[in-house]
Design a protein around this ligand. Structure first.
Ligand SMILES: Cc1ncc(COP(=O)(O)O)c(C=O)c1O
Length: 392
């Protein structure tokens, strides 16, 4: 039977990443591909205790429907966390979401009509491109350099086109690992304020800094209520909770609540209650410290091994935090082709092209270092470097 799907499905092409992740499930393969946190660091015993206490103390209410905005005590914890990040807000300004990925989808739902334009970094987070493409958006790729997105480039694009919003990942960006400097944040915010441009600030990695000083989010500069701030528990506790948050103006929150109610009514009551209980009973800052130090060590090993083994013509970013670094190979390199030979040598990464809304980036690749133990990073980089050295 010839099944007819909605027109928007034509904008949702399968990416190479799905295939790779399936292949990477084979335990023989060393994967620098996925964006997975280190599972061996998850606070399993603490979460088990939080589940027990939640069910023992709250009983059936923990399994009941809840409000779309999210449970109040969790929103209070998030509001306090926002203060620590430099962008204090009230619990009423926070919405709990089913991961930041849901925020991206809901923002698409409330802002985008077919053909609408979004300004993004070039490259940017692959699954954000996919979420916005589902609403038939088109992309304006702003220029980036070592310090992140270039405000002048955003200003030029915003002057020429009517963009619905700017989407930016200021800390340890996915995929490049780059961080937007404090000066750039100020300049970027001024561009947004001058142009009345909404800014979607996606910050899953800001707490995973293993070098240098914390930089306050764009949200901290937000006099006009233009910034929609997104973050998540995925990288600071565990992604299985599928719990994230959004801080936004009242007008945006009201639309998001309506859109979220239609999508899933609310984020899982049990997940929210267990998470809140865990955060109340344990010092999560200590847990984050452990994660940061492990990722810092793994980054150092990957960087050092690349420096020892990669042939001439390859360079890579040196992130101060997060989970990825970004390798740029010599002109003419096709990293998707390279991946096919890499699979045969049991090492995988994500080829660069999928992260570029403008289709460039064939010579680039994203390497994840959070999800491989040191000995596997050493072996994986050796295999990758040998492969690159063998290229004609
Ligand atoms: C930049 C960025 N935004 C959003 C997400 C989605 O995170 P969540 O697990 O909260 O849905 C990710 C996940 O890797 C990400 O890298």
């Amino acid at each position: 039977m010839d099944t007819r799907f909605a027109r928007r499905m034509g904008c949702m092409q399968p990416s190479s990443i799905g295939e790779i992740l399936r292949a990477a499930e084979n335990p023989q393969i060393i994967s620098f591909a996925g964006g997975l946190p280190a599972a061996e660091l998850f606070p399993v015993a603490e979460v088990a205790a939080a589940v027990q206490r939640t069910l023992a103390e709250i009983g059936p209410r923990a399994l009941q429907y809840g409000v779309t905005e999210g449970i109040k005590p969790l929103r209070e914890w998030i509001a306090a966390e926002m203060g620590l990040r430099g962008a204090a807000c009230g619990a009423d300004e926070v919405l709990v979401t089913t991961g930041s990925q849901q925020s991206l989808d809901l923002l698409g739902k409330i802002f985008l009509d077919p053909g609408d334009l979004i300004i993004t970094e070039n490259p940017t987070y692959l699954a954000a491109i996919q979420a916005f493409q589902a609403y038939e958006a088109r992309f304006l790729a702003a220029d980036t350099d070592e310090d992140g997105i270039i405000p002048e480039s955003v200003e030029e694009l915003a002057g020429k086109h009517e963009a619905r919003f700017l989407y930016v990942i200021p800390n340890f960006q996915n995929p490049t690992g780059r961080t937007l400097s404090a000066a750039r944040r100020k300049a970027l915010y001024e561009v947004a304020a001058r142009r009345g441009l909404i800014v979607v600030e996606d910050d899953p990695y800001g707490k995973l800094r293993y070098r240098g000083e914390h930089i306050a989010p764009l949200k901290s500069l937000d006099r006009e209520g233009l910034v929609i701030y997104l973050s998540t528990f995925s990288k600071i506790v565990a992604p299985g909770f599928r719990t994230g948050w959004m801080v936004a103006s009242k007008a945006v929150r009201e639309r998001i609540v309506a859109a979220k109610a239609a999508a899933d009514l609310h984020t899982s009551s049990l997940d929210q209650l267990v998470l809140e209980r865990y955060l109340r009973d344990y010092d999560n800052a200590k847990h984050v410290e452990k994660v940061r130090s492990a990722y810092g060590e793994r980054y150092g090993i990957m960087d050092g091994e690349l420096a020892k083994a990669m042939p001439e013509g390859y360079r890579w970013t040196r992130p101060d935090g997060g989970m990825f670094l970004w390798v740029t190979g010599p002109e003419g390199l096709d990293s998707l082709e390279l991946l096919k030979s890499a699979l045969a040598r049991q090492i995988v990464f994500v080829p660069g092209r999928d992260f570029f809304p403008d289709g460039s980036g064939a010579e680039c690749m994203r390497l994840n270092f959070s999800n491989s133990k040191p000995e596997l990073i050493r072996e994986g980089v050796k295999r990758l470097a040998a492969l690159c050295s063998d290229l004609p």
